[in-house]
Design a protein around this ligand. Sequence first.
Ligand SMILES: [Zn+2]
Length: 164
Amino acid sequence: MKTYIGDSKLEGKGTFAKHLLKKSEHIKTLSGEIITLDEVWKRIENSEENYDDPLNLNEELFLDLDEPSRQINHSCNPNAGMRGQSELFAIRDINPNEEITYDYSTTVGTHIPSEIWHMKCNCGEKNCRKVIANVLSIPKKQLEEYKKLGALQDYIFKQLKSTK
Ligand SMILES: [Zn+2]
């Protein structure tokens, strides 16, 4: 394991680097139960789940993240990103004991409008967006940067190609 869970300055628990993680290095593959959107709704209605927690894998399927996988906070100026389906990797060098964050908007596709999902942010970064929503809510320049880094899930890359 390259990470450990500890108290976050951002919110609740967070995930931290055990040692130096080099830019583009694999950190961990997020895991959980694969469920459909219908099942997500069912779990939310039964208060078994918060809407913020399941991770989109594509337009139909979600990963109901296991406990360690959901202890990674969002930042508007993150040091990690998501690639493939659910692989977390470093988008710059991450120092030992530095909290690992990724931009949640990079995992929420254009099929989820902001009326359905948005989240307040208080990450304290200069470029904090205050309210985050799907991938199109990311400022253009930053989105281009994520694209260059490969820090978008496969299905998001596909969606962005077909919306242009
Ligand atoms: Zn923020």
